[in-house]
Ligand binder design. Structure first.
Ligand code: GAR
Length: 192
């Protein structure tokens, strides 16, 4: 049977990417076939160290979002991904990209969506004195952190929590949660 192929878009520190590599790559019929980054990032280094092909597609100032997304789409199509996984890839996609991979793009976002789309989610939770926080895995549409929710994990916000402690706690949850959900999506697709 063919491997279930993941394309990972990641352009930051890459800790979620690393957990996907460690927990899923070349295990149970799952393969990370390429990592794409729009920045010179730790994500690329992590991919190279794991012997995974990496592509670097920086966005030029002169390029529109559509122009960039057309190039990105053309780069990804030859890999025929079963799933495109965003792991700290901070871009909003235009319809040209979303339509090409309809229902196959997922993202993880550090808030209980639809609350706190965008940046600085942990500080916003502290500022609002919320009692609960969490992380969300969702399908991706052409809006900021938008699309159908697949799964969420909640945590209590404790009196001594800061944006930094929340980030640590949420990231450590994401490192188990994201690979677990990707594995479930793979199982569902291969059983269909
Ligand atoms: C993760 O916490 C992820 O939820 C968040 O970026 C971080 C990436 O960390 N994603 C978003 O904010 C998407 N809007 P990492 O580079 O260490 O995996």
């Amino acid at each position: 049977m063919n491997n279930y192929k993941l394309v990972i878009l990641s352009s930051g520190y890459g800790s979620n990417l690393q957990s996907i590599i460690d927990k899923l790559h070349l295990q149970d019929g799952i393969e990370v076939c390429v990592i794409v980054s729009d920045k010179a990032s730790q994500s690329i280094t992590r991919g190279l160290l794991a012997n995974i092909p990496c592509l670097f597609l920086p966005k030029r100032k002169s390029q529109s979002r559509e122009e960039y997304d057309k190039l990105l789409k053309a780069l990804i199509i030859p890999f025929a991904p079963d799933l495109i996984v965003l792991a700290g890839f901070m871009r909003i996609f235009s319809p040209v990209f979303i339509r090409a991979f309809e229902g196959k793009i997922i993202n993880i976002h550090p808030s209980l969506l639809p609350k706190y789309k965008g940046l600085n989610t942990h500080q916003r939770v502290i500022d609002a004195k919320d009692k609960m926080h969490g992380t969300t895995i969702h399908y991706v549409d052409e809006t900021l952190d938008g699309g159908e929710i697949i799964a969420q994990k909640r945590i209590d916000v404790l009196p001594f929590d800061t944006a930094e402690t929340l980030e640590q706690t949420i990231k450590s949850i994401e490192h188990t949660f994201y690979p677990e959900i990707i594995r479930k999506l793979c199982l569902k697709a291969t059983l269909l």
